[in-house]
Write a protein that binds this ligand. Structure first.
Ligand SMILES: *Cc1c(COP(=O)(O)O)cnc(C)c1O
Length: 368
């Protein structure tokens, strides 16, 4: 059934196009671009995003196999890298023409077995190296093992070698990041001398694209920047807002002094006031941590602080000073600053905030 929820996450594809162009303008002409659409496109709509930019990008990436399958089912034909494939999904991955990131001997031998069994010819694979994040990846010391297992294996072809920066957004960690880049250059050279060729190399995420132009190599991997966030207010200001969240007023209450509002009597009034119940709650991705005045919404251009605890499906906001009625639109956010503010109030970062917006919320695509 089509999602007809009044609570709507609006996704502006014109802004997506603008942001993609902005990051492309930072690249050399021949540098390729991969766009990361994992986790429903950072909580937006991976299929709609991918459809709108597929002609302008060289690669997409997702984290898990089924995310790639849903792009293929929607007709996306661009190469898709699966960053964190699981051995039990490799068959599904290959039958959907997805390209695995192989990051250790367990997943590598799993894929080689499958490639042999099905007699794949030069199936593109990607090798990830750990240069300091200590999350996924081979180490430079694994090069002999890789050479032994891959150099004469015609079932696969090494499409790229890559690594990931741990703190590309953090100026205080510049020395560490430069160390990672040096380490990756060594890996690239060792690979070249062992294998006798250099595949496509890539290392930079959004903040890496901005802060380490010397590390763009052959391709960059753009994630959060496409969605309007650059981990720095100055850079974010150059991006257009993609994601806006709206709901409506369901009911208005006149509250007397001494009454309480919401579960656990989270708010207690000390004067006569007015509250609005709105159709969004923690099951939609608004955490309880922004309740009790830590977060606000906007109604008829005025700020309405959240009253008491956020409920699962609703929350109450203070409209004592706002002229409004049942059915009026409520803006949770329609700009990046407010998302960053919400994330900060919830003790987290824009990445977590964006991806927490649940699938119950209707996605509305706009494009002029
Ligand atoms: C998620 C991810 C990215 C994108 O990072 P952003 O900071 O969102 O640009 C790039 N590379 C890898 C390996 C990732 O997991």
């Amino acid at each position: 059934m089509k999602n007809n929820h009044v609570t709507t996450l609006q996704i502006d594809l014109n802004s997506v196009g603008h942001n993609l162009d902005y990051f492309k303008s930072k690249l050399k002409n021949n540098t390729k671009i991969l766009v990361v659409v994992k986790a429903f496109g950072y909580g937006s709509d991976a299929v709609e995003i991918a459809k709108s930019i597929q002609e302008q990008v060289d690669y997409f990436a997702v984290a898990y196999t089924h995310e790639g399958v849903s792009l293929r089912s929607a007709g996306i034909t661009t190469p898709i890298m699966v960053l964190h494939p699981q051995v039990e999904n490799l068959e599904l991955l290959a039958s959907n023409n997805l390209e695995p990131n192989l990051y250790n001997s367990f997943v590598l031998s799993g894929f080689l077995e499958l490639a042999k069994k099905n007699n794949f010819q030069k199936y593109p694979i990607h090798l990830k190296f750990n240069t300091g994040l200590n999350r996924l990846g081979f180490s430079e010391n694994d090069m002999d093992y890789l050479h032994e297992n891959l150099s004469t294996n015609n079932h696969i072809s090494i499409a790229s070698v890559f690594s990931h920066l741990a703190a590309s957004e953090d100026e205080k960690e510049r020395l560490f990041s430069l160390g990672q880049i040096e380490c990756f250059k060594n890996i690239k050279n060792t690979f070249q001398s062992k294998f006798g060729f250099t595949p496509m190399c890539h290392m930079c995420n959004t903040s890496g694209i901005i802060n380490y132009p010397e590390a763009h190599f052959d391709m960059v991997r753009l994630g959060i920047g496409l969605y309007g966030f650059a981990n720095h207010p100055k850079e974010t200001a150059k991006l257009k807002n993609v994601i806006s969240l709206y709901t409506v007023i369901s009911q208005i209450h006149e509250i007397n002094s001494g009454e309480s509002i919401g579960y656990n009597r989270g708010y207690k009034s000390t004067k006569a006031m007015k509250s609005a119940t709105i159709a969004i709650g923690h099951a939609d991705g608004i955490p309880r941590s922004v309740g009790n005045g830590k977060g606000f919404v906007t109604i008829n251009e005025k700020k309405a602080p959240i009253l008491g605890n956020v409920c699962m499906d609703m929350m109450m906001v203070d409209i004592s000073k706002i002229d409004c009625k049942v059915g009026d639109q409520v803006i949770l956010y329609d700009n990046q600053e407010t998302v960053v503010y919400f994330a900060k109030q919830a003790n987290t970062i824009s990445y977590e905030w964006l991806t927490a917006i649940s699938q119950r919320v209707r996605r509305l695509i706009v494009k002029s």
